[in-house]
Design a binder for this molecule. Structure first.
Ligand SMILES: [Zn+2]
Length: 152
């Protein structure tokens, strides 16, 4: 994807093919998945070929916006690169979120790190941030489901 091809102000996904739904309607944004009609495998992102059986019998699906914390770590040092979190840096949870669709997604977990625990019920939450070129980038986090209630 050529960065210059996108007009300033237009919303783009944090990674091409990773989000489903109109990026202008955050309540409708979901993580994009691909479900194989031959073997039943669901994969993360938009794919043209099944990651499990190699057939091209995949169709785009929107993954569930609910999940459960399967495992996590606490990031205690500011990541290198274009990290755009709080300054000064605040440690945050980085989790593997198990979705009912049968796969796990790595995501920041937005809560106090003391609240992190295996099995924590989580709610998908997309948000918009600006990148260095002035584009609105749609990224996502997961929040404890109790706090996410009423979001959708
Ligand atoms: Zn397959």
């Amino acid at each position: 994807m050529a960065a210059g091809a996108i007009a300033a102000g237009k919303r783009v996904p944090i990674r091409e093919g990773l989000l489903a739904g109109s990026l202008l309607e955050l309540d409708q944004v979901r993580i994009a998945g691909s479900k194989c009609t031959s073997c039943g495998e669901t994969s993360l992102g938009t794919m043209s070929v099944c990651a499990n059986c190699g057939r091209d019998t995949v169709r785009a699906v929107a993954l569930s916006d609910r999940g459960v914390l399967w495992s996590y770590t606490v990031v205690r040092h500011k990541p290198p690169g274009d990290y755009r979190g709080p300054d000064p840096f605040v440690p945050f949870g980085l989790g593997l979120v198990e979705l009912p669709d049968g796969l796990r997604v790595m995501s920041p977990i937005e809560c106090n790190i003391d609240e992190l625990k295996i099995g924590l019920a989580l709610q998908f939450r997309p948000y918009v941030r600006m990148d260095a070129d002035g584009r609105e980038v749609v990224a996502f986090t997961f929040v404890p489901a109790a706090k996410g209630a009423g979001h959708v």
